[in-house]
Design a protein around this ligand. Structure first.
Ligand SMILES: [Zn+2]
Length: 230
């Protein structure tokens, strides 16, 4: 048992090295998805009603989240917001607006913790604290860093809770990235079933403001729906 756990940690560090390498991967390769088979990486594709799943991490963030919500509403799009519990506590009305407009919300820990650098007990306690504000259902680990054992413990904390990763990064968190390049990275790759990561944060604002409207236009032109993860 101990050997198996150590093997899992070794795999975790392989993923960390992979995720930290520059340039970071935009499309998640299948072998990375297989390292966390208990997580949701893509959504099933329906031939009759193809859809993409836009996700927004780290909010609610005044000055950015409202713009994202307005853009989504203007395009008839709904998405999934992985909120940081401390931000929900600080901006409860903005959090209520997200939910009121038909988007899904998910838990992104209370203090935006790194699962690989936090003991499992503290990590789970932080997830639980955020769950009291955000509710159960969906969870996304900050930085995508979570050990397989922590996924299992979150499931035991709340059996219905699903860990949601992604199949496509926008790269909007990358402050070195030109906003048009950020848009192009998504436009060139997005396809039905994708779970796409954006950030409604001040750090990502220059890129998400430029890229999101272009992505929304493109997806609508393709005739794909934009749905919350359910
Ligand atoms: Zn985050």
């Amino acid at each position: 048992m101990e050997g198996r756990r150590q093997a899992r940690y070794r795999w975790a560090y392989v993923v960390e090295g992979y995720l930290c390498r520059m340039p970071y991967p935009l499309r998640t390769p299948g072998w990375v998805m297989r390292l966390l088979p208990g997580a949701l990486w893509r959504m099933p594709v329906s031939a009759e009603a193809p859809a993409v799943y836009l996700t927004f991490d780290d909010g609610p963030c005044p000055g950015v989240t409202e713009e994202v919500l307005d853009l989504l509403a203007g395009h008839g799009a709904r998405g999934t917001f992985f909120c940081v519990g401390s931000n929900v506590a600080a901006h409860p009305l903005l959090f209520e607006r997200i939910r009121g407009e038909g988007h899904a919300v998910g838990n992104h820990t209370h203090r935006h913790l790194d699962g690989w650098r936090t003991g499992s007990g503290s990590y789970l306690e932080d997830v639980r604290e955020a769950a009291q504000l955000i509710g159960g259902g969906l969870f996304r680990p900050p930085y995508g860093r979570i050990r397989p054992g922590q996924v299992d413990r979150i499931k035991s904390l709340e059996p219905s809770m699903r860990t949601v990763m992604w199949s496509l990064l926008s790269g909007d968190f990358d402050t070195r990235l030109d906003p048009q390049r950020c848009a192009d990275q998504v436009l060139q790759r997005i396809r039905p079933g994708d779970i796409v990561v954006f950030h409604d944060s001040l750090k990502a604002a220059p890129r998400i403001r430029h890229a999101l409207p272009r992505v929304l236009d493109h997806v609508r032109t393709m005739g794909w729906e934009m749905l919350p993860i359910a």
